[in-house]
Design a protein around this ligand. Structure first.
Ligand SMILES: Nc1ncnc2c1ncn2[C@@H]1O[C@H](COP(=O)(O)OP(=O)(O)OP(=O)(O)O)[C@@H](O)[C@H]1O
Length: 350
């Protein structure tokens, strides 16, 4: 069971053109900012938005192929979908909601109900099978929606912002459970989210979508250590620059260069965490490399630290302790010296 798709959907002022592949049992997260095209991609996979070009192939079977005028209706795709707001039938109980799909496919009532009850038990809702959606908490409704999507034995499972409707506390618990439930699905899973934590905790692989295009793909470790766009760098909290490397020296602009720990040649990215940037009132002694003058543009709270946005030869974020911020008098307009250890800066081919 595998998914092989190139999704092309054209709209006024927006084009989605994304290649998406997922293996059996693999969970792929489509992650991107608002308007990147995540929902459009998911709806195209589900057959709710027709492709303008490209193809969708599941288990080697072509579902959609606009060039060959092939389109498979949503109900014939064998795809399970968990929508963002779950879309449970309000007048049906949890067990009836889950049994609905199999009943529509001709499974006898008693059998469908027994299977549905079994599925609800698996997602920890054995005690709640008779409840209507309005009698369920957000986290419980989410699990009913998941059980309903799995009830027809789908070849592909799609989840649209599966945790977005939940409060922070429920989200934490549900995220942990959801990961386990997804592992029980034999086919590929594609989930859409704009929350990097959801993506990294739930998915085996991340596909980053920006402006309708795939800009980066890889597992969480690869993406977080080697971001390739500003969006991804901000997501994982790294400073990111493009430059030209000649050995350890990377020229970022005409009058700014950084020394890194990783010799490269040609076009590269340079990344380092804000905590690797140290700030001083006067030019620090003994560390001539990677030291530059900067001006504080903004100060904000970031966990236990303060995040200092600096302008100057380059724009950079630095994390300092509140004590250091007070000592240095860090406030917008303050001039400081910034310093970065070469061992903290990584460069990799662009
Ligand atoms: N039915 C539609 N008709 C025309 N344009 C649309 C339609 N739906 C979405 N769009 C546009 O397509 C683009 C992608 O939207 P989409 O909802 O897929 O993005 P998204 O990544 O899911 O964003 P969000 O995280 O905000 O849900 C946007 O520019 C949006 O305005």
């Amino acid at each position: 069971m595998s998914l092989d798709a190139r999704l092309v959907v054209r709209r006024d002022g927006f084009t989605l053109d994304a290649v998406l592949r997922a293996e059996a049992g693999e969970v792929v997260a489509l992650l991107g900012p608002n308007g990147a095209g995540k929902t459009t991609a998911l709806r195209a996979l589900a057959g709710l938005v027709p492709l303008d070009d490209g193809h969708i192939e599941l288990d080697g079977e072509r579902l959609d192929d606009p060039a060959g005028k092939l389109f498979t209706a949503p109900e014939h795709r064998h795809i399970g979908v968990v929508f963002q707001d779950y879309l449970l039938f309000p007048h049906l109980s949890a067990v009836e909601n889950v049994a609905f799909g199999p009943r529509c496919r001709g499974v006898p009532r008693a059998r469908a109900r027994a299977d549905a009850a079994e599925l609800l038990g698996r997602v920890g809702l054995a005690e709640h099978t008779g409840k209507k959606p309005r009698q369920l908490s957000g986290g419980q409704a989410q699990r009913v929606a998941l059980a309903r999507a799995l009830a027809t034995g789908p070849r592909l499972l799609l989840l649209d912002e599966p945790l977005a409707a939940l409060d922070a506390r429920t989200r934490l618990d549900t995220r942990a459970h959801l990961r386990g439930h997804l592992a029980g699905h034999a086919g590929p899973t594609v989930l859409v989210t704009h929350d990097p934590l959801d993506a990294m905790m739930l998915a085996d692989r991340l596909v980053i979508l920006e402006h309708g295009r795939v800009v980066q793909t890889g597992d969480a470790a690869a993406i977080t250590s080697r971001p390739r766009t500003d969006y991804v760098a901000r997501l994982v909290g790294l400073n990111l620059y493009r430059g030209r490397a000649d050995g350890e020296l990377v020229r970022i602009t005409d009058d700014f260069a950084l020394t890194t720990a990783t010799p490269q040649h040609g076009d590269v990215f340079v990344a380092f965490p804000p905590a690797a940037v140290a700030l001083y009132a006067a030019r620090p002694d003994g560390s001539p490399r990677n030291t530059w003058r900067a001006t504080v543009a903004a100060v904000s709270r970031h966990g236990d630290a303060l995040r200092i946005e600096l302008t100057g030869a380059v724009t950079v974020a630095a994390d300092v302790t509140p004590a250091a911020a007070v000592q240095l008098g860090l406030e917008p307009g303050r001039e400081v010296w910034a310093s970065l250890k070469a061992t903290e800066a990584t460069s990799y081919p662009a």
